[in-house]
Design a protein around this ligand. Structure first.
Ligand code: PEP
Ligand code: MN
Length: 362
């Protein structure tokens, strides 16, 4: 299902942008000096478009640094005045939103914990009504594209057209290499529902550690995302929040140097022709695949009838185990990913059993 919402492209509110959108700045604003010194360094790099900094920090457990509060808005105003960079912060309730709008911030974003709560999103949307704010919406902590989409719709219903979604990963259900696992398929689902919604990636909160920032940032560009939000700090080792994932502005520049920017198209007829040829081949292979699946279905039905006539069960677990082992091994010999082959045959087999039980119950 594709939904058409009149959401503006990034260029509509940031007309000078020619590269992917880059938002950077500290996880939390800590002191006036830190805020301004970081901003001045970032402003020297023309790849940085927007300065970010958390004023009110959503912490999982109480007792850790919860942000400097409203004074931080003044520091952001100073950044804007002194560097010319647009500034943004996270808002998590009506009062934050009112204060941030009053302070003239250029970008407001809704954090992952807030997106998970429709009440919170609605309360923010109600304050935004009648403004031309730029609102960014992080994914909810759980990989639910509908909930993410719902938040986008609530903000859009308030009349906001400058919307960007931010993919920041999802709470893992077990220990993983990343702090928040990047379930790319949830991003793809959102993009499928809302093709014209700009989506950027927040590798900092996905990674949790500096060492993974490059691979996630590159993956975001490979997936066609519209930009990045990367946390930066003058001295990450003493940061009051998210110390392990922040980069110094100098290391941010080094990371950006390494990234390969990809485009929706190459603007080159040779590339288009070659791509068309390859796509034609894929199209005919896909149609062969479907024909083969259809021949398989014919045989499954014959087996179903044969089992029915002999009062034999549709599901035969030994056969299933053998089949799976055999297919995974065959796949391995052909360099196919083991999980992919498993899932594929689980689906194929599940449907075979479904068809056979239907035949039996007729
Ligand atoms: C942040 O951007 O600093 C933040 C708290 O992000 P998230 O809502 O993604 O956890
Ligand atoms: Mn952070």
């Amino acid at each position: 299902m594709t939904i058409k919402l009149d959401i503006n492209p990034i260029k509509a509110w940031l007309p000078n942008i020619n590269n992917p959108l880059l938002i950077s700045g500290p996880c939390s604003l800590e002191t006036e000096e830190q805020v301004l010194a970081t901003a001045k360094l970032l402003a020297k790099d023309d790849r940085v478009h927007i300065y970010r900094g958390g004023v009110w920090k959503p912490r999982t457990r109480p007792g850790s640094f919860e942000g400097v509060g409203s004074i931080g808005l003044k520091w952001l105003q100073m950044v804007k005045q002194e560097t010319g960079l647009p500034v943004g912060t996270e808002v998590a309730n009506a009062q934050h939103t009112e204060e941030a709008l009053k302070a003239g911030l250029d970008v407001l974003w809704i954090g992952a914990r807030s997106t998970a709560s429709p009440f919170v999103v609605q309360e923010i949307a109600d304050v935004l009504k009648g403004t031309d704010a730029v609102v960014m919406i992080k994914n909810p902590v759980n990989p639910d594209a509908q909930l993410w989409m719902g938040a986008v719709e609530r903000i859009h219903q308030a009349g906001i057209k400058n919307i960007v979604a931010i993919h920041r990963g999802f709470t893992p259900f077990r220990e993983t290499k990343y702090r928040n696992y990047p379930n790319w398929k949830t991003f793809i689902e959102l993009k499928r529902m809302l093709p014209n919604l700009p989506v950027i990636c927040d590798p900092s909160h996905i990674a949790g550690k500096r060492e993974y920032l490059l691979e996630i940032s590159q993956k975001a560009f490979d997936m066609g995302m519209d930009g990045l939000m990367l946390e930066s700090h003058l001295d990450p080792s003493v940061a009051l929040s998210d110390a392990a994932q922040q980069l110094t502005p100098a290391n941010l520049a080094k990371l950006l140097d390494k990234l390969i920017i990809r485009h929706q198209t190459a603007n080159n007829p040779d590339f288009e022709n070659q791509l068309d040829l390859l796509r034609n081949r894929i199209d005919s292979i896909d149609s062969e695949l479907l024909e083969m699946l259809s021949s398989r279905v014919e045989i499954v039905k014959q087996i179903g009838k044969y089992k029915k006539d002999n009062n034999v069960t549709a599901l035969q677990i030994n056969r299933w185990t053998e089949l799976m082992e055999n297919r995974v091994n065959l796949g391995k010999d052909m360099d196919l990913n083991e999980t992919f082959v498993k899932i594929l045959f689980q689906l194929i087999h599940e449907d075979s059993v479904r068809m056979q039980t239907e035949i039996m119950d007729k």
